[in-house]
Design a protein around this ligand. Structure first.
Ligand code: NAD
Ligand code: DAU
Length: 379
């Protein structure tokens, strides 16, 4: 499509990177629920600690089998040019949706190397493959969509203006610096080589299949087990929370209608201090799984209320104070808006974790235990 064009794109053969992670797997579920999506999905994931094929069991059973074949999985590293190129050619990819990343700020503080490799070199590798197979061959009808974060814009004070698409980048953690770097590369390939790209920068997501090292699932699982709820600092840092399905809907909208070369901010219009989020989790949990009925908490533990588990721990180094994203552009231009309230989304999320104990037990592998020890043991 032409620069800035808003005609509807047809998505035929999608390379989804990081599709076994939290947002990627939700996106694949979302895509196959859309009646107007007739294409195929090639999910390429390295299956790091954060990648879990269990998230896609149903998709594989329904669309991954012979006769129905519209879903393919390949375990591969996005830094591996040769393998990704082979997949690219084999499936005649026309759309890349690039989720694959190291995504956890705390892990980037403990060990940034993988963040630099996957987030920067991995993105560069994919861009080089698209340059070779799309630009050099004059392919039309193609799109590279890059999934990014509001963290690239830095940190806001209480009364500061929102982040807009043209807010200057000011990343603070190794994670956000690596994502910022990848965003710059994607834009550079558009400006230098004319690669058709779109970019979206989203706020904090929550929902099913989120690895329980991030705030919301960590608090749900700890509370259910009667463990401490560790809040960094004074709990007043602010994040803007979006239910993951709303994020998936926004991405699908940008893929079909987004103007080539443009960035779209995506957010939940739902700013909350962390302490409020944790209190809401406790309140909702009491409604869905009252302490009195909780078989994981012994009466001898003497916990009357999930809130009693809240504990304040040492702050995250360089902890960004507040993120607040303005998403008027995607609302006005493309007609997307968040549709699930925080109360509703939190209820759905908590119920999902209560109903999927097996998934949780499988995820709580040795690697997860090691991380919890490392992150919270040293505080
Ligand atoms: P996640 O950590 O749950 O999943 C990342 C996936 O990428 C995993 O399946 C992992 O195995 C895979 N992966 C990692 N390194 C890889 C490599 N070298 N090659 C191939 N696959 C690799 O992350 P998420 O929360 O689903 O985030 C997905 C994307 O969305 C990321 O780019 C992240 O920066 C962005 N994002 C996340 C949020 C959020 O709140 N979670 C918000 C805004 C943007
Ligand atoms: O803003 C978008 C970003 O949101 C994404 O780009 C990242 O991939 C995603 O991980 C997320 O980053 P955060 O650092 O905001 O998410 P996290 O869930 O780790 O933390 C949310 C807030 O809660 C943050 O202020 C730190 C705090 N926190 C987190 C944990 C894990 C605690 O107080 N206690 C905790 O145990």
């Amino acid at each position: 499509m032409e620069e800035g064009s808003r005609e509807r794109r047809t998505l035929r053969s999608l390379l989804v990177t990081g599709g076994a992670g939290f947002i990627g797997s939700n996106f694949i579920h979302y895509l196959f629920k859309q009646g107007d999506f007739k294409g195929k999905v090639v999910n390429v994931d390295k299956l790091t600690y954060a990648g879990n094929l269990e998230n896609l069991e149903e998709i594989d059973k329904t669309y991954g089998q012979e006769g129905q074949k519209r879903y393919f999985f390949r375990q591969a590293d996005v830094c591996d040019f040769k393998t990704i190129e082979e997949i690219f050619i084999q499936h005649d990819i026309d759309t890349v949706v690039h989720f694959a990343a190291e995504s956890h700020v705390d892990r980037s503080i403990h060990g940034p190397t993988d963040f630099i490799l996957t987030n920067i070199i991995g993105t560069f590798t994919l861009l080089e493959i698209t340059r070779k197979h799309w630009i050099d061959k004059g392919r039309s009808g193609v799109l590279f969509h890059h999934i990014s974060t509001d963290e690239v814009y830095g940190s806001l004070e209480k009364d500061d203006e929102y982040f807009y698409e043209n807010t200057p980048y000011d990343p603070h953690s190794p994670y956000s610096a690596s994502k910022a770097s990848s965003d710059h590369l994607v834009n550079a390939y558009h400006h230098t080589y004319g690669l058709p790209i779109t970019l979206s920068n989203c706020s904090n997501n929550y929902g099913p299949y989120q690895f329980p090292e991030k705030l919301i699932p960590l608090m749900i699982l700890n509370a259910v087990d009667g463990k401490k709820l560790p809040i960094y600092g004074d709990g007043m840092n602010v994040r803007d929370w979006l239910y993951v399905e709303d994020h998936c809907a926004a991405i699908y909208t940008v893929l079909r209608y987004g103007r080539t070369g443009e960035t779209y901010n995506i957010g939940g219009e739902n700013e909350q201090p962390n302490i409020n989020v944790v209190r809401k989790i406790c309140e909702t949990l009491e409604e869905l799984y009252p302490i009195a009925a909780n078989r994981f908490i012994q009466p001898s533990a003497n916990i009357q209320n999930y809130n009693d588990l809240i504990t304040f721990v040492k702050d995250r180094p360089g902890h960004d104070w507040r993120y607040a994203i303005n998403c008027d552009k995607i609302k006005e231009e493309l007609g997307w808006k968040p549709s699930i309230s925080f109360e509703e989304g939190l209820k759905k999320t908590i119920q999902w974790y209560l109903d999927n104990r097996q998934w949780i037990d499988n995820v709580r592998s040795g690697e997860y235990k090691k991380w919890i020890e490392k992150n919270y043991g040293e505080r």
